[in-house]
Structure formats: C-alpha cells, structure tokens
Design a protein. Structure first.
Length: 195
C-alpha cells in the first residue's frame, strides 16, 4: 500500500538502516525512558483498542505519546481536547458521535480514518511507515528525517513545522520520536523485537 507516493517496499531499507543505527541522544535519555514508561503504563487501554482495530497496542501508544504525551483527555488525531471535535488539523473529527468523546471512541475512528484498521504489515518497516504516514511525509521534501520518528536520536537535529504546513529550517522539534521510543522499548524488553 502506498500513501502520498511512498510505499513500505521502497522505504524498508531506509527504515531498517536508520533503526539499526539509531542511538539515543544522551541528554534526552531520561525523557525517552519516561515516555516509554508512559506508553507501557497505558498498555491495558491500548490493548482494548488493539482488539477492535487490529493495531498493536504499542503502536497506538507511540501515536498517543506523540500527539498528547499519553493524555487520555485528548484526541489521538492531534492532541485537541476530547470535550469537542478537533479544531486543529484534521479539523472536525470524529465526524460521528457527540462530544464529549471518550479517548477510545475518538481513537478508534482516528485509526480507521488514517488507514490503520485493516493494515496487516506490522513488521518494523510497516510500523514505521504507518507512524510516519500518521504525521505526514512533508519532511522528505526538505531532506530531513522526520522527528515524528527520529526525535531524540542522532538522525534528527533540526528543521520542521512550527505550525501546520509552515516550514522552518531553524525550528527544532522537542519531542521524542516513535522509532526512538520503539527502540528503547525493544532494548529494555518492554516489547518483543520487530522483524
């Protein structure tokens, strides 16, 4: 399956190379560890969503961490409050139901809307592809490894979107990336290694 002209097959060597060589930025290790622990602490709730969506619990946790630091009072879509539909991109979500929403209701729809439900390739490359697609492939146009995956590793040093659709060469994203968190969780036996 391709999205925005990209495919898992085409990106697999890149993902595997970057993941294999991924090192944690030393000064960020406490934040990486804390982030992984937050995800692990939410495992029971993520696992219930995994049962209805087919998305591994830790993938839901990674997205939730990036969007709201695992705040269960926020939309998985983008971290907006669950008290009303989203106002930031994507706006007006979820399209059905009535606010206030539960995290589970909104998250299930976010995963469906973004093509996660029904996705079968949860290999390392498939997982990183889905995580990158959730935020978008816009960093690739600027030859920058997305911090959505590689934040707090040596693969991301700067450049980004301080606001939706606005690029800055000098902006530095200050969040841990999904791939960095995934590797930390694997190294510390919080999840089984991905093939």
């Amino acid at each position: 399956m391709a999205k925005a002209g990209f495919s898992v097959v085409a990106l697999k060597p890149e993902y595997e190379n970057l993941y294999g060589s991924c090192n944690f930025v030393a000064v960020r290790v406490p934040e990486i560890s804390a982030g992984a622990t937050k995800i692990k602490n939410g495992q029971a709730r993520y696992a219930k969503l995994a049962a209805t969506t087919g998305v591994p619990w830790y993938v839901i946790g990674l997205l939730h961490y990036r969007e709201s630091t695992c705040n269960f009072e926020k939309h998985l879509y983008n971290g907006d409050p669950l008290k009303k539909r989203t106002t930031h991109y994507p706006p007006g979500r979820p399209k059905d139901g009535a606010p206030p929403f539960t995290f589970e209701f909104s998250a299930e729809r976010a995963l469906k809307d973004e093509g996660f439900s029904g996705w079968k390739d949860w290999s390392l490359a498939g997982t990183l592809f889905r995580c990158e697609s959730f935020n978008g492939f816009g960093f690739r146009a600027h030859n920058v490894h997305t911090p959505y995956l590689w934040g707090f590793s040596q693969h991301y040093t700067g450049g980004g979107f301080p606001r939706d659709h606005v690029w800055s060469d000098t902006y530095v994203n200050k969040q841990c990336g999904c791939a960095t968190l995934l590797k930390w969780m694997e190294v510390h036996a919080m999840i089984a290694p991905l093939a």
